[in-house]
Design a binder for this molecule. Sequence first.
Ligand SMILES: Nc1nc2c(c(=O)[nH]1)N[C@H]1C(S)=C(S)[C@@H](COP(=O)(O)O)O[C@H]1N2
Ligand SMILES: [Mo]
Length: 319
Amino acid sequence: MILHRRKLLTAGAGLMGTALLSGCDKFAGTETGQRTLKVGEDANQYVQRLLMSPTTLAREFPASMISPWFKPNGTIDPPDRGYRALAAQKFSDFKLTVDGLVQTPLALSLADLRALPSRTQITRHDCVEGWSCIGQWSGVPLAEILKKAGLKPQARYAVFHCADTLEFEAGPKGGGKGRGQGASLVRPTHPGAVREAYVQLAAADDWGGPSTATEAPKDDWGQGSPAPEPEPTGIPIRYYESIGLYDVFNPQTILAYDLNGKPLPVSNGAPLRLRVERQLGYKQAKYVMRVEMVESLAGIGQGSGGYWEDRGYEWYAGI
Ligand SMILES: Nc1nc2c(c(=O)[nH]1)N[C@H]1C(S)=C(S)[C@@H](COP(=O)(O)O)O[C@H]1N2
Ligand SMILES: [Mo]
């Protein structure tokens, strides 16, 4: 196991060395690019911890190496009504919820977040599907937000609840018709298939509702929505991710609001997305609405710590 991981690290180092990566480059064919399932997870995490201290940073790049275009992947335009209403107002009503095992739950506007200490970093994003992009991210270190909220001693993980629904689970009344059932036909099988699933859903009916919506329906982003939307007969399954305290306190772990010096585009996760730079692309949760501190991941989603983790991907996606 450890030898296997060492090979991976060597492959990764070689990749870094060769690369004057000017655009979004393929790294499919490397073992890192193809690693998807839980194989070797323990060894992976073990070696990471052994070789690197908690504050070891991912490589940062000069501005000259920023990719001209940062390829968006997965959800690129959340159809959820609540999100569209926020986007229509340029996120002026957006509030990041910080709750769970904290002393003081918070609701932070973008202005609040921008007033906190910030960090800017130029890093390489590696998607598990075999492409990389270099981008400059600015945002607030997660540690700063949690300093403000105060952790309770039992807190072990940060869970990031996102705005975008990827599929519907049939609800209690989901036996006959409705999108709850149809959605299972277009359930994405891998991150890049999310867009395709949306196109099929959009063709099927008015999923997401009119984009002209001006009023956000009440939505607590994961605390047990009383009125699931946009699907009335199915339970929306939204993207989520999680990291351990080890990564929570890494200085490069930020909630980013700017990409390449400009407010994050919707396609890259506006208004706020996670950057946890020593892990693969799917950990970089976009459209983050809520950070929940928990003691265990057992009660969240299907219990593996993320939407793709619940479908077989590694929780610790170290690169
Ligand atoms: N909310 C949300 N976050 C997400 C995804 C998604 O579909 N929804 N896709 C993930 C994947 S697989 C990747 S590679 C990156 C893509 O980020 P980008 O669109 O800025 O390139 O976002 C990750 N975070
Ligand atoms: Mo990805």
